[in-house]
Structure formats: C-alpha cells, structure tokens
Design a protein. Structure first.
Length: 87
C-alpha cells in the first residue's frame, strides 16, 4: 500500500482498488484509523490532537486526495501529497 504522505510522525497510505467510501489509512504511534477524504475518522482511532491535524490536512488537500482515490481505483500510480508540516 503506497505511502502518499508523512508528517509529524503520521503516515498516510491509500490502497489500490479499496472499498467505498473514499478514504485514507492513517497510522500514528501504534494508532490506526480509516479517515474519509473530508477528514472524518470512520474506523479505528487517533489521539485527539493528531485527529485534528489529520482532519485539517484532509480538508486542505481534498482535491489531491480525490485525484489519488480515482488513480487508485484505476490501479494507476499515486502522487505524493505535501504534509501538514511542509505545506
């Protein structure tokens, strides 16, 4: 599963041909969560401060995440997305 971004100890991945709704897989210090492209945690959990940073990051990069989702569904290479610490 490709890593599309890393920032502040957070790793964001996206599976190829994954199930709906469009989402990313977020990992942070042993915590894992599925997060919609709009930043809502739909499965798993993240520490509150990390969840807030990830939510804002998703909102800031929603168009790029959506493009990657369509690429992933078509089994095409994914683009890296700038992290919250280097926008």
């Amino acid at each position: 599963m490709p890593i599309i971004s890393t920032f502040l100890g957070v790793t964001v991945r996206m599976y190829f041909a994954d199930h709906a709704p469009p989402h990313v897989h977020v990992a942070y210090q042993g915590h894992e969560a599925l997060v919609t492209l709009e930043g809502q945690v739909i499965e798993g959990s993240l520490p509150r401060r990390v969840a807030a940073v990830v939510t804002q990051w998703c909102l800031d990069h929603e168009p790029e995440l959506a493009q990657n989702w369509f690429r992933a569904q078509a089994l095409e290479p994914l683009a890296r997305v700038a992290g919250a610490d280097n926008d």
